[in-house]
Write a protein that binds this ligand. Structure first.
Ligand code: HBI
Ligand code: FE
Length: 290
């Protein structure tokens, strides 16, 4: 197994890994945030908080509201009281990206790793790695949704087998197209709940209003076979009817045969529709274009 020291010396990752514990956690050290960093959080929150009112799913908005964290960088311990009571999850601070194995182990045990550093002033609109704003604003509200919370723990439990079967790419696509970039079909139209979307101003609007981007009804096998890009808006989104669909469609699904059937095949190109696809009709959303 890798040690924090290895990652520190061999990777180009941001963040201070030198004080990480064996499970790669660190202390949040809330007192060390500068007034500029709190101010940066407030500005990111003000912009994104306004946009998500129009475009995010009701469950995300309810969670965000309950977290009550517009005034400055939140204390993880405060959030932990709320989340622990609601769904049994806890936040743990991490220096940044951590090894897959450890990441899955945290999720399986209802610990969500949150990066402790916040992006710099020149990267308010975009960065590739997760930072505090993406991890907290984007991910933590959904941890208050009971169905989502149960699904995410089950996802963590699925990691070991996917790694053993050399099919981690296929499992990671489930996370990517739901937890990071998932959309929901709601009575008020198409809404976003994925953290990669709701922590990005541009993609929050694009994902739910672009008339042309491919949107498909959620289908686990289709998702597991679809490649993705990490450096641009997504070229395909998957639409759920509810977060309960993550439980009903995935938790009892045996991924083994799907891994075996497709892990050695070329993945589908993200923006290309296939004959068997259930395309989400954008006109259903027409009443909610803002
Ligand atoms: N570490 N901090 C952090 N955040 C992630 O989202 C993350 C990670 N390590 C591994 C990982 N994601 C993914 O590659 C796995 O879900 C496959
Ligand atoms: Fe994320």
């Amino acid at each position: 197994m890798e040690t924090p020291a290895t990652a520190k010396s061999t990777s180009g990752l941001r963040g201070d890994y030198s004080r990480a514990a064996d499970d790669w956690t660190v202390t949040q050290d809330w007192d060390s945030y500068s007034e500029q960093e709190h101010d940066r959080w407030r500005r990111l929150y003000a912009r994104q908080g306004a946009l998500v009112q129009h475009h995010a799913a009701p469950g995300f908005l309810m969670g965000l509201n309950r977290l009550d964290c517009a005034a400055g960088i939140p204390r993880f311990n405060d959030a932990n009281r709320l989340i622990g009571e609601a769904t049994g999850w806890q936040l743990v601070a991490v220096p940044g990206f951590i090894p897959d194995e450890t990441f899955f182990d945290h999720l399986a045990n209802r610990r969500f790793p949150v990066t402790r550093w916040i992006r710099e002033e020149h990267e308010l609109d975009y960065l590739v790695e997760p930072d505090l704003f993406h991890d907290f604003f984007g991910h933590v509200p959904m941890l208050l949704d009971p169905a989502f919370a149960d699904f995410l723990a089950a996802y963590g439990q699925a990691g070991e087998r996917a790694m053993a079967m050399d099919a981690l790419d296929m499992l990671a696509r489930i996370y990517w197209y739901t937890v990071e970039f998932g959309l929901l079909d709601t009575p008020k139209g198409l809404k976003a709940f994925g953290a990669g979307i709701v922590s990005s101003a541009g993609e929050t609007v694009f994902s739910v209003t672009d008339p042309d981007v491919l949107r498909l009804r959620f289908d686990p096998e289709r998702v597991m076979r679809t490649a993705y890009a990490i450096d641009d808006f997504q070229k395909v989104y998957f639409v759920l009817d509810s977060t309960q669909q993550l439980i009903d469609g995935l938790v009892d699904l045996d991924f083994g045969p799907i891994y075996t059937a497709y892990r050695d095949k070329e993945a589908f190109v993200p923006g290309e529709a296939r004959d068997t696809d259930a395309i989400y009709p954008m006109h259903r959303n027409a009443k909610d274009q803002t």
